[in-house]
Design a protein around this ligand. Structure first.
Ligand SMILES: [Fe+2]
Ligand SMILES: [Fe+2]
Length: 312
């Protein structure tokens, strides 16, 4: 079982348009995103797309290695060259259709952080999935997962994505449209709402206890849970526009442990992530995690801080 059922698709009205890279409006501002609406959209898509091996596309293979090798905090997780070679071997079966590669190019050109983030989250989540799901490597091609979880961010203005000071509430709410935008875009291009890529794009900000967004469902989907833990860990240990100093590894692990203790994140996935972070590499089921919190978040962290009013 690679994913839970496609539950939680509540109809949502969106304030801003969902559009493709070439500005084809899929859902207009104020439109409702519903299963019927997406099915209608899919039926209008008469294009056929080439499927291209991800690692052979431009500099992607080189970039994945560079991204995980240049982040000092990934030294342990991706430090074993044999394991890294085996991961790259598995990734050779991953293909992506051409419009999705164009989106990857868009981020590489205009928002390098988001490009780097897609590649590292994809590498990390694939590694965790191969540890946790028995025949995952054999099924990688069928799963059709790729570095796509934040693709809905093409609908968010770049000045919001790259903003270095706290977002206004309006900007933050706009940013929160990206999971649904990603779901619509990926469903449209794959002509299928049930593939793992659109579901992960839609649900990667949901939480197990129902405290996430956009729908506030009680998440129960292993691949989405794996992407979420990878997404949060990568965001914590990276420099972001809104936080120039990244979390240290201990504090980042404590943050995700705390979220697992609060039943927001899947405990076993967090256990696996932390096991990969230990030099001795225990099996995730035997990896004990301390509940003592000694780390301290970095200063000048603007994450989650919003200004009440727009400042002109
Ligand atoms: Fe996201
Ligand atoms: Fe993300």
């Amino acid at each position: 079982m690679y994913s839970g059922p496609n539950v939680g698709m509540s109809n949502l009205r969106i304030k801003y348009p969902i559009h493709t890279l070439d500005n084809q409006i899929l859902i207009p501002a104020g439109g409702e995103v519903s299963a019927g609406k997406i099915d209608d959209l899919i039926s209008t898509n008469r294009n056929t797309y080439d499927s291209i091996p991800l690692l052979s596309y431009k500099s992607v293979q080189k970039d994945i290695i560079k991204v995980i090798k240049s982040a000092p905090l990934y030294n342990v997780i991706f430090g074993d060259d044999k394991q890294l070679a085996s991961l790259m071997n598995h990734l050779e079966s991953v293909t992506l259709i051409s419009p999705l590669l164009d989106i990857l190019d868009y981020f590489k050109e205009h928002d390098f952080y988001t490009y780097r983030h897609h590649l590292s989250v994809f590498a990390l989540s694939t590694l965790i999935a191969t540890e946790m799901i028995d025949d995952y490597t054999d099924r990688l091609k069928d799963v059709e997962s790729g570095p796509t979880h934040d693709f809905g961010k093409i609908c968010i203005p770049l000045d919001i994505l790259r903003k270095q000071t706290p977002l206004t509430e309006k900007e933050y709410n706009r940013l929160k449209d990206h999971p649904m935008a990603g779901y619509v875009l990926l469903s449209y291009y794959y002509k299928d709402t049930n593939k793992i890529a659109p579901i992960v794009a839609r649900d990667h900000h949901e939480r197990m206890d129902g405290s996430g967004y956009p729908s506030g469902i009680n998440l129960d989907n292993r691949l989405a849970e794996i992407t979420i833990v990878s997404d949060i860990y990568d965001a914590l240990i990276s420099q972001r526009p809104y936080r120039h100093i990244s979390f240290d590894n201990r504090t980042a692990c404590e943050e995700i442990t705390k979220m697992a203790e609060e039943n927001k994140l899947h405990w076993e996935v967090v256990q696996c992530m932390i096991a990969l972070n230990r030099k001795e590499r225990p099996h995730f089921a035997e990896c004990s995690i301390s509940n003592v919190k000694r780390g301290s978040p970095p200063p000048l962290n603007n994450y989650g801080i919003t200004l009440k009013r727009d400042v002109k």
